[in-house]
Design a protein around this ligand. Structure first.
Ligand code: AMP
Ligand code: GLY
Length: 416
């Protein structure tokens, strides 16, 4: 079968790489892909948001399965278009993708189906939002409605910080803002393949959202992950599926907006059990880089099975994986483009490209998050050592990375 992967970041690099390893796959196309994926398959010169052109391409080239990476493309309705033409595609319709594209929509569904999450109120004007804020204690969370690539969220530790976040959010006309209870605890990401009520959960990962070491600085799309997460044992995973992922899927199906694709729950393990921070309608990035390399079962078989409403036991590499993101120096505020990158030819780690390009035969930065480097270890500490050994061998004047990916868990292990 021929597979088309839509997108151009690190997540799509892993999706395409896993697809290319499948015994069921003859050829992988990636639209538009990036230079790092050149050896995996054919890069198709169609931008990801050109959904009509992508559907034409899939029809003409008899693509057997299309896998969509980015939420922005799902929000444009790529799945609606492909399904209208009878093309097989793995991802939610734009209606179902609203669990990510509108925080307000997601919160309302959670409330309706008793999915545990923080208390919240939604506002469309700053005056009412400020009055509400007066009666709240800090920390408090301010979330802009709509797609923000993980950057529209402020966890405010003072009222001043909260007011500043409201002012920024409402400076964009028509913006809605969710003011949400702060959840304290241990955060983790759980991603499952879903089709209506059929669900195949993947192993858990922990992302590092803040830009600097020790969780300092603003939120980002994610600076690194590790998987598995020992602290999130089977009981907690089962509880998360039972209380968070399942009721959401069942509820969406009942409401006539069945979810098909990767469903991603950002979850906080609090003193009173698991609570939802957010839902995403796609695989996480860099979660994909931390989780999928460990999957031993044929990835495409898993997708085809879930599309047929079959479930199967997944087989995993027992080792730990740590993925470290290398980002442009001003990320998440801005990104640098055109800074030369040198990657030694013989690295043990896997190198996934998030935002790179080739210019005059040189590999260069081309975005906020640039590379995602992944290594394994029999312990988390060993995986950490392995990955940082290689990260330090990659030379670029304008790239930085966090030095503590995986350390939260390592410290916890030491404290046991
Ligand atoms: P989101 O885009 O909703 O995932 O938010 C980005 C990050 O902000 C999350 O990964 C959390 O680390 C943090 N965050 C969001 N909502 C809350 C909350 N209610 N309590 C504590 N932290 C939160
Ligand atoms: N790493 C978090 C996300 O993909 O939203």
């Amino acid at each position: 079968m021929k597979v088309l992967v839509v997108g151009k970041g690190g997540r799509e690099h892993v999706l395409a790489w896993k697809a290319s390893q499948s015994e069921l796959v003859k050829h992988v196309f990636i639209a538009p892909g990036n230079v790092g994926m050149k050896n995996i398959g054919t890069l198709v010169g169609i931008e990801e948001e050109k959904i009509l052109e992508l559907a034409d391409f899939a029809e003409k080239n008899k693509i057997g399965l299309t896998i969509v990476g980015p939420e922005s493309v799902l929000a444009l309705g790529i799945v609606n278009e492909f399904e209208k033409r009878g093309l097989k595609i793995f991802g939610p319709t734009k209606e179902a993708a609203k669990i990510e594209t509108s925080k307000d929509f997601a919160k309302k569904l959670m409330k309706k189906y008793n999915v545990p999450t923080g208390n919240y109120e939604t506002f469309d004007n700053i005056l009412e939002a400020k009055v509400h804020l007066d009666n709240q204690s800090v920390p408090i969370v301010i979330k802009e409605d709509g797609l923000k690539a993980g950057k529209g969220v402020t966890v405010a530790f003072s009222k001043e910080e909260a007011i500043e976040a409201l002012e920024i959010a409402f400076s964009i006309s028509g913006n809605k803002v969710v003011i949400e209870e702060y959840l304290d605890g241990f955060e983790f990401s759980i991603i499952a393949l879903a089709n209506g009520e059929t669900i195949i959960p993947l192993e858990v990962a922990q992302d590092h959202k803040r830009v600097y070491d020790n969780d300092k600085g603003p939120n980002t799309g994610g600076m690194g992950v590790y998987s598995p997460v020992d602290r999130i044992d089977k009981t907690i995973v089962d509880e998360t599926i039972k209380k968070i992922v399942n009721p959401m899927l069942v509820g969406m199906k009942r409401d006539g907006i069945p979810f098909k694709g990767f469903i991603f729950a950002g979850v906080m393990l609090t003193d009173s059990g698991v609570k939802t921070i957010e839902f995403n309608a796609r695989f996480g990035d860099p979660e994909a880089e931390g989780i999928l390399p460990r999957l031993k079962t044929d990835f495409i078989q898993v997708i085809l099975d879930v599309l047929d409403n079959k479930t199967l036991e997944l087989e995993w590499d027992k080792r730990y994986a740590v993925a470290v993101v290398m980002a442009s120096e001003n990320y998440p505020k801005s990104s640098t483009i055109g800074s030369d990158i040198d990657i030694p030819e013989k690295l043990e780690s896997l190198v996934f490209h998030m935002g790179t390009k080739i210019e005059k035969n040189r590999l260069q930065t081309n975005g906020g998050r640039v590379l995602s480097i992944v290594s394994y270890g029999h312990t988390l500490e060993e995986a950490q050592r392995n990955v940082y050994r290689d990260v330090k061998k990659i030379k670029c004047k304008q790239l930085f990375f966090r030095n503590d990916i995986g350390s939260k868990m390592c410290y916890n292990n030491k404290n046991k």
